[in-house]
Design a protein around this ligand. Structure first.
Ligand SMILES: Cc1ncc(COP(=O)(O)O)c(C=O)c1O
Length: 398
């Protein structure tokens, strides 16, 4: 049977990670894989998370299965974090959440639910979007198409074209929106556009599906989801896939949740039975550790305050790295402006250089980034920023 298979090419980003590891240039820089890093290039466990984990270790008495929908303290805490503690939706009985293995697992449950609700649904993804979105939609067997999002030539949002595309959608359409810190572009939907998207969704009947993987990495926990909250307050139905990988630093614990907002409490209860049934068919029960840890953290005021401080520090570091990189590039008299990097949010930006220039930087300087020129801002540090700016300036002036 396995002889019938042909080998698949390596995932491009994971391939970059392997090439980086094998490179023995002491000056090598990894701007590829999307994990947060400190100045020293580490991805440490947050202190607030470590304390919460310790509480879990000290109090956990069984390794029996947890309940199918996940850890209740986790689900309650995360709903409040995403929607806002005083959001009327929380007491409407229209909201149901299920813990899932990471943001990826949450997205998968969401797409499978859409397929059950409407097999003819088409998923609209931003052009470009996180590559795994396309893979997940394809694996679910749903149709998908791109809506205009990012103008790579002028490094800006294609706002008008995006709204024009949304104006043509209807009841069979689902629009996948990045809640904040768009991956891969870093270009977010500005505050004044969210109400317009909400109006179009209400008028035309398309369903928003919000992917929130970086809450707190843009400006702060509240500002980052203001637009999303407005949209959710207007539409009858929506889905939200939330990841705790980045903002809690729980990458390997696979922690996330899928939230459905339904038109009525009855519809919400029915949707929940389907999400649980889909999860049962794929992996049966969610992993416990990450959800239990976040549940403890968000249920404890002191730990929550400590986590918010740590998160704000990560966010501020990425902001300052953006500014530093822009200053260093401009100081090298490059022709183009890189000011757009300062306007953008989160962990990523496109440098806006060609695949050939990306390759040249890799060959000549051992600086690794995606072929699209997407870089992980957190891979920059005070000690490598001059080296990176030298490399980019050199290939641009060639
Ligand atoms: C836009 C986006 N959504 C979802 C995820 C899912 O993250 P995870 O499955 O690691 O929680 C990521 C991770 O990189 C992402 O960038």
């Amino acid at each position: 049977m396995f002889q019938q298979l042909t080998a698949l090419p390596a995932d491009p980003l994971l391939g970059i990670a392997v090439a980086y590891r094998q490179d023995d240039n002491p000056k090598k820089v990894d701007l590829g894989v999307g994990v947060y890093k400190t100045e020293e290039g580490n991805t440490p466990i947050l202190t607030s998370v470590k304390k919460s984990l310790q509480i879990l270790l000290d109090s956990e008495e069984s390794k029996s299965y947890i309940q199918a929908r996940g850890n209740q303290a986790f689900l309650d805490g995360m709903e409040k974090l995403v929607l806002g503690a005083d959001n009327p939706l929380l007491s409407s009985n229209r909201v149901e959440s299920v813990q899932a293995p990471g943001g990826t697992g949450s997205l998968k449950l969401g797409f499978e639910l859409i397929k059950r609700g409407n097999p003819n649904a088409k998923i609209w993804v931003s052009g470009p979007t996180w590559a795994n979105h396309n893979a997940l939609i394809k694996s679910t067997g749903l149709a998908s198409e791109e809506y205009p999002y990012y103008d790579k030539v002028n490094n800006q949002l294609r706002a008008d074209e995006m709204l024009e595309a949304f104006a043509k959608l209807g009841k069979d359409d689902v629009v996948l929106l990045h809640g904040c810190c768009h991956n891969p572009t870093g270009e977010d939907i500005p505050a004044d556009l969210w109400p317009k998207i909400a109006d179009l969704a209400v008028e035309n009947g398309f369903t928003p599906f919000i992917d929130i993987a970086y809450q707190g990495f843009g400006t702060d926990l509240e500002t980052d989801v203001q637009g999303v909250r407005h949209l959710l307050s207007k539409v009858p139905e929506a889905l939200i896939a939330t990841s705790c990988s980045k903002n809690f630093g729980l990458y390997r614990e696979r922690t996330g949740l899928i939230t459905t907002i339904s038109e009525s409490p009855v519809a919400a209860g029915i949707a929940l039975t389907h999400v649980l049934n889909i999860a049962r068919e794929i992996y049966s029960m969610p992993p416990s550790y990450g959800g239990a840890t976040v549940g403890i953290l968000l249920g404890d005021e002191a730990l929550t305050t400590e986590w918010k401080t740590e998160l704000a520090e990560m966010c501020a570091r990425m902001r300052s790295l953006r500014a530093l990189l822009v200053d260093k590039l401009h100081a090298r008299d490059v022709d183009q402006s890189f000011d757009f990097i300062n306007r953008q949010n989160g962990m990523f930006t496109f440098l806006g250089i060609t695949p050939e220039q990306v390759q040249a930087i890799r060959d000549e300087y051992s600086i690794y980034m995606a072929g699209s020129s997407r870089i992980n801002i957190a891979g920059i540090s005070n000690s490598n920023v001059d080296y990176i700016a030298d490399a980019v300036a050199a290939v641009l002036k060639k």
